[in-house]
Design a protein around this ligand. Structure first.
Ligand SMILES: Nc1ncnc2c1ncn2[C@@H]1O[C@H](COP(=O)(O)OP(=O)(O)OP(=O)(O)O)[C@@H](O)[C@H]1O
Ligand SMILES: [Mg+2]
Length: 491
């Protein structure tokens, strides 16, 4: 008997210490939510007075909480769960999760309810912090002035985008989500750009369509990234339409200036056919006035000459007209030799008049490059005019050697590149100036003679077709401009 009692006491002690020491709050309450028992943890945290009610001890309330798991346990005899919030004695907020179980007497009647609470304030605070930081990052994402897209790596579907998309494309954010990023490209270019996006990080000057199907030009940056739910591409685009338009205007302006400069040369060029025609017509009039017969053979030769010179004049005029035309930014397959020949044709006469000889060293039919032929011609014309000016004898710094005053034109293809060289035997460019010649508005010419745009615009045009240009020179050494262009993939 005694042993049994001892055993019983032992068990009771065990339960008692368990009740006291578990790291959660335990109370036992009667049907009126009065606290019958509680453990040390509860005592420490809420400092209850004997006879307190649960709602008062926990939350300082005068009546039971609206939703009460203890009430439910008394009603249905089952366990219930709830999440609660209140304030600590020091006024700081606290959160806990609550679980209740019924306590029954021998007859199976519910006489009390045990409520166990676990403090989850820390977790809650972390959760809130996380939400705040998520909000913060989203605000940053949305306020980046450039459009940013999150794309599924496989399908290139837009999973998310920021609000700047609307300013550039005219689409609202929710009109974009779940659509394919490729829909922003022209249908015929979709496949090409899909490949580019998957392989590269930088796409320059791509054509996009906005909501009104208007074309805009964008630079695209792609970076692979992790995202909840898998791997994605983070894509930013920047609208360069305006910049291109301005560049375009600048190129056009400089072209017009070049045209103006060429006008003197062209006048000379046109004078020659005109004087031939004039001489012939004078001859005809004289003969007719004297009522003399013009011999058939003479008549034929002169007519043939008139015809040829009219053709020549027409050609010059057409060329000028074509050169002055505004061109857009589309690249096409171009044969550099042909463009060089055209550029020389437009300036040839002027060079000849100044005693400048041209040396041709062109590779026979090199493969084509991708470029805008009109603009490329503008580059070559700019370089020829610079060479012409450099070898101008009125310039003090230039005393030509006897044999000199040459412009050499050279083309060579090697591997995937074509090199075009235009060199002159002028005074050369000294180091300090050489560093600056590609800067816009840098000129050493007298006011009114140079705008300093020629080389900077040429540089831009060459870069647009993925080529490069550099100058090799030194004082008294002549100047060589070396251009490299990638050979077109599709030959
Ligand atoms: N072949 C050359 N030989 C010597 N100096 C040159 C040569 N080409 C260019 N330069 C130097 O580079 C400068 C800049 O050339 P760029 O073509 O940009 O402008 P510009 O010829 O002065 O003016 P613009 O071309 O606008 O009429 C020239 O002023 C000249 O000093
Ligand atoms: Mg120039």
């Amino acid at each position: 008997m005694r042993e049994k009692q001892a055993e019983l006491n032992k068990h009771q002690n065990e339960y008692q210490s368990l009740f006291e020491q578990v790291p959660c709050i335990i109370t036992v309450q009667d049907r009126n939510y009065k606290l019958i028992r509680y453990n040390r943890e509860f005592d420490k945290k809420f400092k209850p007075q004997p006879g307190d009610y649960c709602f008062y001890a926990y939350k300082g309330r005068k009546e039971k909480c609206e939703i009460c798991p203890v009430e439910k346990t008394f009603e249905d005899g089952l366990s219930h769960f709830s999440e609660e919030r209140g304030f600590n004695r020091d006024g700081s907020p606290t959160h806990w999760v609550v679980n209740t179980t019924p306590i029954k007497n021998e007859k199976g009647e519910i006489v009390a309810a045990m409520e166990m609470s676990l403090d989850v304030t820390q977790t809650k605070l972390l959760e809130e912090e996380l939400k705040k930081s998520e909000k913060k990052y989203y605000a940053i994402f949305d306020n980046i002035p450039n459009p940013v897209f999150v794309l599924d790596m496989d399908t290139l579907e837009i999973l998310d985008c920021n609000t700047s998309v609307e300013g550039v494309y005219g689409y609202k954010k929710d009109e974009m989500i779940e659509r394919s990023f490729l829909e922003l490209f022209r249908p015929e270019e979709k496949d090409y750009y899909a490949k580019m996006i998957k392989n590269s990080s930088v796409i320059n000057q791509a054509r996009h369509l906005n909501k009104n199907k208007g074309a805009i030009f964008v630079n695209i940056r792609v970076s692979p990234s992790e995202y909840p739910g898998g791997k994605v591409f983070l894509v930013t685009t920047s609208d360069i339409t305006r910049r291109l338009e301005t560049e375009q205007q600048l190129i056009q302006a400089s072209k017009m200036a070049t045209l103006g400069e060429m006008a003197t040369g062209v006048a000379h060029e046109l004078n020659q056919p005109l004087s031939v025609i004039k001489t012939a017509s004078r001859f005809f009039m004289k003969k007719i006035n004297k009522k003399e017969k013009i011999e058939d053979e003479v008549l034929f030769t002169l007519s043939e000459e008139i015809d040829a010179y009219v053709d020549r004049a027409t050609k010059i005029i057409n060329h000028m007209r074509q050169f002055g035309r505004k061109s857009d930014t589309t690249l096409e397959k171009v044969r550099v030799n042909a463009v060089l020949e055209k550029a020389v044709e437009i300036l040839g006469q002027q060079l000849k008049v100044r005693g400048i000889e041209i040396f041709w060293d062109l590779e026979l039919d090199p493969p084509p490059i991708m470029a805008d032929p009109d603009r490329l011609e503008q580059v070559f014309v700019n370089l020829l005019i610079n060479a012409r000016d450099a070898m101008d004898e009125n310039q003090q710094s230039y005393q030509p050697r006897k044999e000199a005053k040459k412009i050499s034109l050279k083309t060579r293809s090697h591997g995937k590149e074509i090199t075009v060289e235009i060199s002159d035997t002028g005074p050369g460019i000294e180091g300090a100036i050489l560093e600056r010649i590609f800067e816009p508005f840098f000129t050493t010419k007298k006011v009114g003679q140079g705008t300093g745009l020629g080389l900077s615009i040429s540089y831009g045009i060459i870069h647009d077709c993925k080529g490069s240009i550099r100058a090799v020179s030194g004082k008294g050494k002549g100047t060589r401009f070396i251009m490299k262009f990638p050979i077109s993939d599709e030959n």
